[in-house]
Write a protein that binds this ligand. Structure first.
Ligand SMILES: [Fe+2]
Ligand SMILES: [Fe+2]
Length: 186
């Protein structure tokens, strides 16, 4: 079992007080959304989901033998921390549960055929209590009713906003969205 008290200070130092408080809110939201996943696993994934944030370059260098990422990931600031996350969670925090590591890895982009665990971490990050953007209340409501519908709603909003801001869309996000759309439409 992951003993958070052992790592709390390190995490706070690595990601800063503000992001640390976000992480605690993601944990609270994930626990509220959770119905059937091991509570300790949900907690661990939520607490560590942003563990690589702000130190991407440092961890990329430190763990370069595990970081064979495409340029598409390396140069995408907003998703790089998600992909380095599982490496940092494993080697700095001693977590080696693949479900936890994948929930961290896909918390920003989503992916096709996500597990409920991955969806909960993805959604808790997107709609934790203090998130404040257009549509967040609707997303929050939806997340408690239907995980798939909520993830689809969130991916649609992300894609729309990326298009509006002329920002590159990571292909996995499009595939995640198409997958849910196909599933929904049968
Ligand atoms: Fe993140
Ligand atoms: Fe986050």
């Amino acid at each position: 079992m992951f003993d958070f008290s052992k790592y709390e200070d390190k995490l706070k130092k690595d990601i800063g007080e503000k992001r640390f408080n976000h992480v605690l809110r993601v944990k609270d939201m994930a626990l509220k959304l959770n119905t059937n996943i091991d509570i300790e696993k949900i907690k661990t994934a939520a607490l560590l989901h942003d563990c690589a944030k702000y130190n991407e370059k440092y961890f990329l260098e430190k763990y370069k033998k595990y970081c064979e990422f495409s340029d598409e990931i390396i140069y995408n600031k907003s998703i790089l921390h998600s992909f380095i996350g599982p490496i940092v969670a494993k080697y700095e925090y001693g977590v080696d549960d693949i479900e936890i590591l994948n929930a961290i890895k896909y918390h920003t982009t989503g992916r096709e055929n996500m597990t409920d665990f991955e969806k909960i971490i993805f959604l808790a990050d997107a709609c934790e209590e203090k998130r404040d953007y257009e549509g967040v209340n609707e997303l929050r409501k939806l997340a408690f009713k239907d995980l798939d519908a909520a993830v689809l709603f969130s991916l649609d909003a992300t894609i729309k906003s990326l298009v509006d801001r002329k920002i590159i869309i990571f292909p996995l996000t499009i595939r995640a969205r198409n997958y849910l759309l196909r599933k929904k439409n049968g």
